[in-house]
Design a protein around this ligand. Structure first.
Ligand SMILES: [Zn+2]
Length: 499
């Protein structure tokens, strides 16, 4: 019925790839060696990453202590000082191990039982540590970008909620209007939305300053974070009122057109909440309208992060489909309920033709939805030639890293080394980093062949030719891709002796 697309190929293409593939096959069942292999494997970029959920929980606990925050001991929620009745200083976690560990369990999936309600525990964690994270976007980024670089990745797109309070106020002031063009006019009237854009840019400037200090970027010993290309994706709180959702969307898309640090919008919060379900189609129509106003902004959407039992069958039938057909999302986050949707084959074919990538965070899907292994539509997306990018979602809350996700994919679906390599390449190819690609055409369908300016024989070498150099200088995307090809060359060279 379906056919395997050649792009994600099991075949090795060079002797070095063949040797590396043989090495992987030899060590698959040796945990320590496999762990080392997957940590050192170049793994593209992380395209689905929520900044506050990405930082390690231990760091959040320390940050709460540094800021003199308190913890409500009945709910383990961080609250602002002074520490009144029913609370205790977060700094107690430095000396009280049991308190520290209880915080880690409340703010992450640590020790969470497989038969517990992972969905609720996961989403509740963000509310519990929210008082810690909103103050320190720069410090969080320094931690997360260091982690990404240490994982042998070359790029990060991470999600934050820009000018959150300002957007809430503006939405309340403007109110709802079902005529979206008129609503957008009301938002922009008198420079209102532009003031919000300015506020969001100021917030980013402040975050940059905090980041550069925390990562020591302007000193003689900069942390690896300083060298990582990073772009922001603006979160939209899908559980909010329609006017607030629309305001956040317009803000994020205007920001993506005006400030190169921002590239896209995404809808966050549980997709299965009552208001998110009720307004889903309306929100897709909002995005469709705003895409016409802001054609330079990208859209990636959490869609189909659902499973039977979590919502009623009617709500399983159309979320990915509308994200693709109505909102015309550039990428889909999760897409787990694909096979439960109406006409899903057509949706999958559309995604393949348009190269609408699906962002797959396996551990998150297992923890929140209980979906793993053969239940996950990973193999179906592959069979239809839909681009796939592995991602972490919330590595801090989930207590995993991207190496773990690649290893899970390799173990669960029996992926070969060339297939893993193409997954890593896909996660830069389908990034919103601007510029022409190092690869030509549709690489998911046709395989990764260099663009005309760069020859295959140049890939991974230290000195690209003049035409190729020009491409790399002009394109941040191609430059990141080149860096990864260099890393693959280095990685594979380690295994020549073992063959
Ligand atoms: Zn997510």
């Amino acid at each position: 019925m379906t056919h395997r697309i050649s792009g994600l190929s099991r075949r090795t293409r060079t002797a070095a790839e063949a040797d590396t593939a043989a090495r992987l096959d030899a060590i698959r069942d040796a945990p320590r060696l496999a762990e080392d292999f997957f940590r050192r494997l170049p793994k593209g970029g992380d395209l689905h990453n929520h900044l506050s959920g990405a930082v390690s929980t231990e760091y959040l606990v320390e940050l709460a202590a540094e800021d003199g925050l308190c913890v409500d001991t009945s709910t383990m929620t961080a609250v602002a000082p002074p520490c009144g009745e029913g609370t205790r200083p977060a700094a107690d976690a430095r000396t009280d191990r049991a308190f520290h560990d209880a915080l880690v369990r409340a703010w992450s999936m640590q020790d969470f039982p497989a038969d517990g309600n992972g969905h609720d525990h996961f989403f509740d964690a963000f509310g519990k540590f929210g008082e810690v994270t909103w103050r320190h976007r720069g410090k969080l980024l320094a931690e997360v970008a260091d982690d990404v670089a240490a994982q042998n990745q070359f790029y990060l797109e991470t999600m934050v909620t820009p000018a959150s309070d300002g957007a809430k106020q503006l939405a309340a002031e403007v109110g709802w209007d079902p005529d979206l063009a008129r609503l957008h006019e009301k938002l922009t009237a008198g420079g209102k939305l532009d003031r919000l854009v300015a506020e969001a840019r100021k917030e980013s400037d402040d975050a940059d300053t905090e980041f550069r200090t925390a990562a020591r970027c302007d000193t003689g010993s900069p942390r690896p974070a300083c060298r990582l290309p990073v772009r922001w994706i603006s979160q939209v709180s899908r559980g909010s009122s329609p006017e607030r959702v629309f305001t956040q969307m317009a803000l994020g898309m205007r920001l993506a057109e005006r400030d190169p640090r921002f590239v896209a919008v995404n809808l966050v919060q549980p997709e299965d909440s009552e208001s998110a379900l009720r307004d889903y189609s309306l929100q897709m129509r909002m995005l469709r309208y705003l895409r016409g106003v802001y054609p330079g902004a990208h859209v990636t959407l959490h869609a189909g992060e659902l499973w039977p039992g979590l919502v009623k069958p009617a709500d399983l039938a159309f979320h990915i489909k509308e994200a693709v057909d109505v909102a015309r999302a550039d990428r889909i986050g999760h897409g787990v309920d694909l096979l439960h949707e109406d006409d899903w084959q057509r949706t999958a074919r559309t995604m393949a033709v348009r190269e609408t990538a699906v962002e797959v965070p396996f551990t998150s899907n297992a923890q929140i939805l209980g979906v793993r292994g053969a239940d996950h539509p990973f193999e179906t997306y592959r069979a239809y030639g839909v681009p796939i990018v592995l991602a972490t979602d919330d590595p801090g809350v989930s207590r995993i890293d991207i190496s773990h996700e690649y290893r899970y994919a390799a173990d669960t679906y029996g992926l070969s080394y060339p297939e893993l390599k193409d997954l890593a390449r896909a996660s830069l190819e389908y990034a919103f980093l601007p510029g022409a690609s190092l690869w030509r055409g549709n690489p998911t369908r046709d395989g990764y062949r260099p663009a005309a300016d760069c020859r295959s024989t140049e890939l991974g070498t230290a000195r690209p030719g003049a035409d190729c150099r020009r491409l790399l200088d002009a394109s941040p995307k191609a430059a990141a891709q080149w860096k990864q090809e260099r890393a693959f060359h280095h990685f594979e060279s380690k295994f020549r002796a073992h063959s």
